[in-house]
Design a protein around this ligand. Structure first.
Ligand SMILES: [Zn+2]
Length: 449
């Protein structure tokens, strides 16, 4: 399909979307074939590959080398004003894949049945391809955007960003300084709450990883004792597993719950207003635990993820350990949460150690940047509801939010539930339709904002 655009600089130009989509799918296919499983990542070769594509179109990309194997790629298209740049962010590294479980080789980049297959197609090389293609298109079409557009393909997102965005922001801020960031996080999902919805993430919960260590006395397994650290840990973990954190509704989460309730099958819409009523939510709190996606965005959560103890059948050990993956809502204080947890554990023989913490981060959802995203989506996907939402996971957006940037997580296209579930799972794939829509939406966003 060929469409005409007639917007910036009073220029008329033609984009052959069929050709662009073809180019994008073969680019993504080649991108997938670089195995950037992290660790170790080895993103430098991939960054060189992307740089080569940009150079062919006359760009001057730059590699920010963390070491001889790892690098991030940055590239800038100058805008017509000094307004704060828009940065298009994605990461080049991926999580591992067990090839035997897949229908295709996870690093083949196979194109078939209307999809590009492979590890990273959804998370996050697909978005990287959309962003790169949008940048190429802007230049080819002779569009000078209002503000600089910066492309950043980073290393090391899947392992925390020490060799990626955290390092780039710390050591090369001048190259990536931007007031606005578009990153992964949210997306459009088909058939969510019974209909298609577009859900950009305005904020993310903060991970707090905690180690519990129960201290006791070792001894012979034939003679049970009150000093057995395993008993202490088991009792503490039982209290934690049964504990229900308070329900806290952020305004944006309230809107989503309300809208979701209204769009469900009759008679649910009749009681939709109750979905944002704390009293009601408290009465159904047990059931909420089964609705894990909702549960995760209305409270601080705790998952017991590791337990380690003992070395022999007949020896009571002197200590035992467990790890908790806690996730805090924006606005929540880490120290206060640890005190709350200490109260639940209620045992002086159990030490609490913080293994890792990243503060929850958010950008106001009431920003012109969000308004423009919404406008673009309304134009290209009429009638699809648009709900800014909180993310339960965390992304590299937090490093930019720390620098006061407005960062939203949004892969701007509609995925099926099935595609979403392949992320970090098996048979990861992105539909060619999704890829094409994403390019168009990001291209339009760069023109409009
Ligand atoms: Zn990702």
């Amino acid at each position: 399909m060929v469409r005409l655009f007639n917007r910036v600089n009073n220029m008329t130009y033609t984009i052959d979307w069929n050709k662009i989509n073809e180019e994008a799918s073969s680019l993504l296919s080649a991108y997938i074939q670089f195995d950037t499983t992290n660790p170790p990542g080895n993103e430098r070769r991939t960054a060189e590959f992307l740089a080569g594509i940009l150079k062919k179109d006359g760009f001057s990309p730059e590699l920010l080398n963390f070491d001889d194997k790892r690098a991030s790629l940055v590239c800038r298209l100058k805008g017509s004003s000094s307004e704060s740049p828009l940065l298009l962010l994605s990461h080049m590294d991926v999580v591992g894949a067990v090839a035997g479980d897949w229908k295709v080789d996870p690093f083949s980049g196979a194109i078939r049945d209307g999809y590009v297959w492979g590890r990273g197609t959804v998370d996050c090389k697909g978005m990287g391809t959309m962003e790169l293609m949008a940048l190429l298109l802007l230049k080819r079409a002779g569009v000078t955007p209002k503000r600089d557009i910066i492309l950043l393909a980073s290393a090391d997102e899947e392992a925390g960003g020490d060799a990626g965005v955290e390092w780039v922001v710390k050591h090369h801020w001048d190259k990536v300084a931007a007031g606005y960031v578009l990153n992964e996080g949210g997306m459009g999902i088909k058939g969510m709450f019974g209909k298609d919805v577009m859900m950009p993430c305005f904020g993310e919960k903060g991970p707090l990883w905690i180690k519990l260590k129960a201290r006791g006395k070792s001894g012979h397994g034939s003679m049970p004792t009150a000093e057995n650290p395993n008993d202490k840990l088991v009792y503490a973990l039982e209290r934690i597993a049964k504990y229900e954190t308070k329900i806290i509704l952020l305004p944006e989460v309230k809107s989503v719950l309300l809208e979701a309730g209204k769009s469900m099958k009759f008679p649910v819409p009749l009681i939709a207003p109750l979905f944002i009523n704390n009293l009601f939510l408290n009465t159904i709190r047990r059931r909420l635990k089964k609705m894990k996606k909702v549960n995760a965005i209305i409270r601080n959560t705790i998952s017991i993820t590791n337990m380690k103890s003992g070395f022999k059948e007949n020896v009571i050990p002197s200590e035992s350990e467990a790890v908790l993956d806690c996730r805090l809502l924006p606005g929540q204080d880490k120290d206060a949460f640890i005190e709350e947890l200490r109260g639940v554990i209620h045992d002086p023989d159990i030490d609490i150690e913080t293994l890792q913490f990243h503060a929850p981060s958010e950008s106001s959802s009431k920003n012109r940047f969000m308004e423009v995203i919404k406008k673009v989506i309304a134009k290209n996907h009429p009638d699809i509801p648009f709900y800014p939402i909180l993310g339960a996971g965390f992304t590299d957006s937090r490093f930019f939010r720390e620098k006061e940037a407005i960062a939203y997580g949004f892969i701007p296209c509609l995925f099926s539930q099935e595609e979403v579930d392949t992320m970090h799972g098996i048979n990861e794939r992105i539909s060619l339709k999704c890829l094409g829509d994403g390019i168009k939406n990001i291209f339009d966003l760069c023109c409009e904002f």
